[in-house]
Design a protein around this ligand. Structure first.
Ligand code: ADP
Ligand code: MG
Length: 241
């Protein structure tokens, strides 16, 4: 049994067939990078994993052999963390509270324990001094690092990233990628939708290419970049590299 398995995943938005028979599996501590043109279903795929895209019209997504469709929401949010392109921090809460609140709500941690864990994570991403600031007082790169801390505070088994650096000014991309690099090195299991092909080359266990809702090709990065098998993959790589 694989740690993660998508089995013939299909998803419709009314008549629109957004995910078309996606099957993929990987193991704990793997980093799956998902790429593909705009509108290919990358966000829908990772949103489907924590049930933010509605129900599947066919297929299953299994985490540790358990169907995510049958998991209580609380369990799902605890086991699978998500980092969004636009950070999605609570604007009216301090950095510390952004990280502490979900721990108290979902994990029922005490105020003290949640704050201690938040500070530990902030230290890890170099933002201890920003704990009492509000999101609007931080740069985009800093906000994204806080969003990563918020997700990590749940001690998730799987962390999903949807284009985590796409909304950032170029000079801030590196600081976020560095945090993700350290996470990968620490053994965190991740699915990362990104156009950062340098990151994919360096850290992906496998790279998956989606087009028009289909998984066109999936291979380890050395193979994916040097000898893509499918014409659609080659065309995509020629455009972005
Ligand atoms: P990507 O992240 O690869 O750019 P998305 O997963 O966001 O692509 O979208 C895949 C397709 O599904 C697009 O054609 C998009 O318009 C459509 N889509 C996404 N979300 C919805 C929705 N909530 N309702 C209807 N169509 C949607
Ligand atoms: Mg997207």
């Amino acid at each position: 049994m694989a740690f993660f398995e998508a089995r013939d995943v299909n998803l419709h938005f009314k008549d629109f067939h957004a995910l078309r028979g996606i099957s993929i599996q990987f193991e704990r501590s793997d980093v799956l990078v998902v790429c593909g043109p705009s509108g290919s279903g990358k966000s829908t795929f990772i949103r489907a994993i924590n049930r933010l895209a509605g129900s599947l019209s066919a297929g299953q997504i299994l985490l540790g052999g358990q169907d995510i469709a049958a998991m209580p929401r609380r369990q799902l949010y605890r086991r699978i963390g998500m980092v969004f392109q636009r950070f999605n921090l609570f604007q009216h809460l301090s950095v510390l509270d952004n990280i502490a609140l979900p721990q108290r709500r979902v994990l029922r941690r005490s105020r003290k324990d949640a704050a201690a864990r938040a500070m530990e994570l902030l230290a890890r991403v170099g933002l201890e001094s920003k704990a009492s600031r509000y999101p609007a007082q931080l740069s985009g790169g800093q906000q994204q690092r806080v969003a990563i801390c918020r997700a990590l505070a749940m001690d998730p088994e799987l962390l999903l990233f949807d284009e985590p650096t796409s909304a950032l000014d170029p000079e801030m991309v590196g600081e976020v990628l560095q945090v993700m690099r350290e996470l990968a090195a620490s053994g965190m299991t991740m699915i990362v939708v990104t156009h950062e092909m340098g990151f994919a080359r360096e850290l992906a266990t496998e790279v998956a290419f989606l087009d028009a809702g289909q998984l066109v090709e999936k291979a380890p990065p050395c193979e994916f970049f040097s000898q893509p098998k499918e014409a659609r993959t080659r065309a995509f790589l020629n455009q972005i590299l």
